[in-house]
Write a protein that binds this ligand. Structure first.
Ligand code: SF4
Length: 319
């Protein structure tokens, strides 16, 4: 049984422009110790997907439907208090996008990391201090960092502290939303190596949300490509990288600059659609180089290509 199973997730918001369909019938699962990458452009709904798993939703939610099950237990129907007490941070934790600026500037690192432990368990201050030291070591920081304030840390150190904060209650699932986008490339590589180590040491299941398909493939066993709130393609990372079936995935990969050869990166024409008014039919059809007769009229379903690989495109119905 997968550790996390999401089925037909819908998350829509009410806005002045109308109902925004941020997540539209998305399904996936993540196994123990597995990393799934959710890849897509800004505005594709990938952050909403992460926040919905944490049940951290804004007030203007219009629809929040579907099933989210953790180790076979349905979370969607859990009362809010039970979810807050037993699931959020304890079972599913998240490192938020741009969260490096969210560290409290007037609290020492150890107090910020230990806070959830002290607030929600009977752990003593001494035990909490020891746990913070162990976690700092695990994320590659010395125990002296515990006494420092955020302004005394570099960007990479802050990101490590945030990962330690997310791990303090020993979650099974870690959601990481663009965890390295604010970092230099060399620091980014260090954080990715750290995440790979933690994944195997803690048997962590990771949902890695990013716009960068190359970065995601570095840590993820499988990749899910989202477009305009829908899953366009999902499969093992190697398959997605070497034999992508959806035209959007193919263009995403073609947009990555190559280190060798003279081939220039290709750009995806057009813009991401307005999710309050998505295109009819296949949502990618206004930008797709292969658009043909049925594309603008009917949205294709996800077609199962093999046990692990699915994609949503009329071209696959023809083949
Ligand atoms: Fe392109 Fe049509 Fe496939 Fe959509 S269904 S990705 S428009 S070929």
């Amino acid at each position: 049984m997968p550790r996390l199973q999401v089925k037909d997730m819908r998350l829509y918001y009410s806005t002045l422009r109308g109902v925004v369909r941020a997540v539209d019938y998305v399904s996936f699962d993540i196994g123990e110790g597995e990393a799934l990458g959710i890849v897509g452009e800004s505005g594709s709904g990938k952050t909403s997907l992460g926040l919905s798993l944490m049940r951290l939703l804004p007030r203007n939610v219009h629809t929040f439907e579907g099933s989210i099950s953790l180790n076979g237990t349905e979370l969607k129907t859990l009362p809010e208090e039970e979810f807050r007490r037993n699931v959020r941070w304890r079972k599913i934790a998240m490192v938020f996008q741009g969260a490096m600026n969210a560290l409290n500037p007037v609290l020492r690192v150890e107090d910020q990391i230990a806070e959830p432990l002290l607030n929600t368990t009977s752990t003593s201050r001494e035990e909490a201090r020891k746990r913070v030291e162990d976690l700092l070591k695990m994320v590659g920081l010395s125990k002296e960092v515990a006494r420092r304030y955020p302004h005394e840390l570099s960007g990479g150190m802050k990101q490590r502290v945030l990962i330690a904060m997310a791990l303090i209650l020993d979650p099974q699932i870690l959601i990481m939303d663009e965890p390295t986008s604010a970092l230099d490339v060399s620091i980014q590589a260090q954080i990715m190596n750290l995440m790979k180590r933690l994944k195997s040491k803690l048997n962590l299941s990771i949902l890695f949300i990013t716009h960068d398909i190359a970065l995601a493939s570095d840590i993820c066993d499988r990749l899910g490509v989202v477009y305009a709130g829908e899953l366009a393609e999902i499969g093992p990372s190697e398959t997605i990288l070497t034999a992508p079936k959806h035209p959007y995935t193919q263009l995403l990969l073609a947009s990555i600059p190559k280190l060798t050869g003279s081939e220039m990166p290709k750009f995806i024409p057009g813009q991401t659609p307005d999710l309050a008014n998505p295109p009819s039919g296949c949502r990618f059809h206004p930008r797709c180089p292969y658009v043909f007769q049925p594309c603008s009229q009917q949205n294709p379903s996800l077609i199962i290509l093999n046990q692990q690989h699915s994609a949503r495109c009329w071209l696959l119905e023809k083949s």
